[in-house]
Ligand binder design. Structure first.
Ligand code: FAD
Length: 569
């Protein structure tokens, strides 16, 4: 019936999807539907609590995807968390708001995505933002910023939690890192990220709740007559016009919801925003992907793009913990963002050259893993660019967060730019079955080495004054498991036995020229389709040194403008 026909159908009401839904429904006279597998979490305390990080894990709003056995990382499976709710993963994430290094966004244009550069995206980094200027008390606890980096009129509240950690911590960290040569960075959100920083969060300070995509982009706009969320409903596949010839034309989306299986029709466009582990799967179920894979499931090929679901890039996370000699209250947002120079010290040139001479072999192995779907030359070009970012541009190579809470002082860290590449593909023709996910963690020696060297760097920081006077015994990894001056193999063994996913998967429907392995063009349209786009973490061609949501909000804002330009004049 007419109730299930809209101009735009968006699959996934998550971080990116709700931005697009909000902006497209600003066009009066156009209707927008959002298909979302999850439900409202507006009144879910596991979501709203500012100090509730982790409470939603393993509950019904966590997809808790499982990877394949991780061959290069000790063999076991890993869990990759992702939000299943109106608001998506922004409802369960760590709320950190950090962008990217300027060169990382400029690289998008450099590889052929016209218009995608730092200068253009900076406008869109600011557009979503309602920056909450810190109070004098928050400034005293380390909140710091350049107002020129921030937007003040957007829907998303960005700032520091009402209760920030005791004011002594920042000077202690700063004095420690000054001795390790890492400078203080007042505001890491202007494109220059290296240093010690007290970054903002996506938080509503006054209401003292998490500010997720739903609170920012949906709930205040829920009464728009042309905007509808169809929740508790899962999209299976795109339905095509039967005589699609040169270009595939989408006419709707098959969904399974409260009324069983039905089609939601789209008169203008279908936009996939189901996340980087899900959007490629929907493409495959719809006949867009690698014919070798589609054939295994008897799916007719609509568009042959062999790289759908390839190029998966995630990071790995690990932690330290110490007894505290103090007692800390409040929510910490301290991060150290060292570059390769800081981490590798005087070995950096040797390591840069070793890695450089391994890149051809790395690229060959990635291509082999994909059964040739990914071309060796394309991966090699991407690796050379990444090598330049790490060793020439000196972008942040690791993030180290410091968590002084109660009487413990712990730290989580993750190398930001591993070379490992994996994939996500369908396992069945049933849209409700999770995909097969293989990030290939620690596929390459450098990824493991980086992990061990960052860990050494952290231990060095904790044994440098004044930080050393603030903490007591090291509980994890602990001298018993990893003694002082432990060998590479002991550190690496510990890393493999303790790591987890950092939950930052990107790249599975990359925005790149088609002959470079791209799935979407610079307007985020899937190649050889007339009216299907992907707008979510899938389209990021390369991993970033920032947490992802700030960049995803920016990409979704710019994508919305690109779409709207075609309908309003
Ligand atoms: P999502 O926000 O995941 O949206 C996808 C939506 O699609 C979901 O709502 C999902 O339910 C829905 N969906 C999926 N399949 C279907 C289907 N078939 N039919 C209908 N709907 C479907 N980033 C930061 O910036 N700061 C942090 O501190 C931070 N911490 C993190 C901590 C954790 C535990 C996790 C998991 C991630 C974290 N991230 C963080 C990463 C960041 O939150 C995600 O990268 C980002 O939210 C992903 O946005 P997205 O739009 O790509 O997808």
């Amino acid at each position: 019936g007419s109730a299930s026909r809209y101009d735009f159908v968006i699959v996934g009401g998550g971080t990116s999807g709700l931005v697009v839904a909000n902006r497209l429904s600003e066009m009066k006279g156009f209707t927008v539907a959002v298909i979302e597998a999850g439900d409202s979490v507006l009144n879910n305390a596991n979501v709203s609590a500012v100090t509730g990080y982790g409470r939603a894990f393993g509950t019904e709003i966590d997809w808790a995807y499982q990877t394949e056995d991780q061959t290069y990382a000790g063999g076991s499976k890993q869990i990759i968390r992702a939000g299943k709710a109106i608001g998506g993963t922004s409802t369960i994430n760590g709320m950190s708001y950090t962008r990217a290094q300027k060169v990382q966004i400029d690289a998008w244009e450099q590889v052929g995505n016209d218009g995608w550069n730092w200068k253009n995206l900076f406008t869109y980094y600011k557009k979503p933002e309602e920056f909450q200027v810190p109070t004098p008390e928050q400034v005293a606890r380390g909140a710091d910023y350049y107002i020129a980096y921030h937007g003040e009129h957007g829907p998303l509240k960005v700032g520091w939690p009402r209760a920030m950690t005791n004011s002594s911590v920042l000077p202690q960290l700063d004095e420690t890192f000054q001795q390790l040569g890492l400078p203080y960075n007042r505001d890491c959100n202007g494109g220059s990220m290296v240093g010690l920083t007290v970054h903002p969060n996506t938080v509503d300070r006054e209401a003292n709740v998490r500010h997720d995509a739903a609170r920012a982009y949906y709930w205040p706009y829920q009464h728009r007559p042309n905007l509808k969320i169809i929740s508790n409903t899962s999209a299976n596949k795109i339905i095509w016009e039967s005589d699609s010839r040169n270009e595939a034309v989408a006419i709707g989306v098959e969904v399974t919801g409260v009324n069983g299986v039905e089609t939601i029709y789209a008169s203008k466009e279908v936009i996939l925003s189901a996340g980087s582990l899900r959007s490629p799967m929907i493409l495959e179920l719809s006949g867009i992907g690698n014919p070798d894979i589609l054939r295994q499931f008897d799916i007719a090929v609509q568009v042959n793009i062999s790289t759908v679901g390839e190029n998966l890039q995630d990071q790995t996370n690990n932690g330290f913990s110490y007894e505290g000699n103090d007692f800390w209250l409040g929510s910490p947002t301290f991060s150290a963002l060292p570059s390769a120079d800081h981490i590798f010290g005087e070995d950096v040139l040797t390591i840069a050259s070793d890695v450089n001479s391994s890149l051809a072999e790395y690229a060959k192995r990635v291509s082999e893993h994909s059964n040739g779907a990914v071309q060796e030359a394309n991966v090699l070009a991407a690796f050379q660019l990444q090598h330049d970012q790490i060793f020439k541009s000196q972008v942040p190579y690791a993030e180290i967060v410091f968590l002084p809470i109660g009487n413990s002082f712990s730290s989580e860290y993750w190398p930001l730019l591993p070379f490992s590449r994996g994939s996500v593909h369908i396992n069945s023709t049933d849209g409700s079955q999770p995909p097969s996910i293989n990030p290939n963690y620690f596929m390459f020696g450098q990824d493991l080495k980086a992990h061990a060297d960052v860990a050494r760097y952290i231990r060095k920081a904790f044994s440098t004054s004044p930080l050393r006077t603030v903490v007591g015994e090291e509980l994890a990894p602990g001298q018993k498991h990893v003694p002082e001056n432990a060998s590479d193999s002991i550190w690496e063994g510990w890393v493999k036995s303790q790591y987890r996913s950092n939950f930052h998967p990107v790249g599975t429907a990359s925005m790149l020229p088609r002959d470079k392995g791209g799935v979407v063009d610079p307007e985020l349209r899937v190649y050889s389709t007339k009216n299907v786009r992907v707008v979510d973490a899938s389209v990021l061609p390369f991993q970033l040194s920032g947490h992802l949501t700030s960049s995803l909000y920016a990409v979704a804002e710019r994508a919305s403008d690109l779409i709207k330009k075609r309908y309003i004049f």
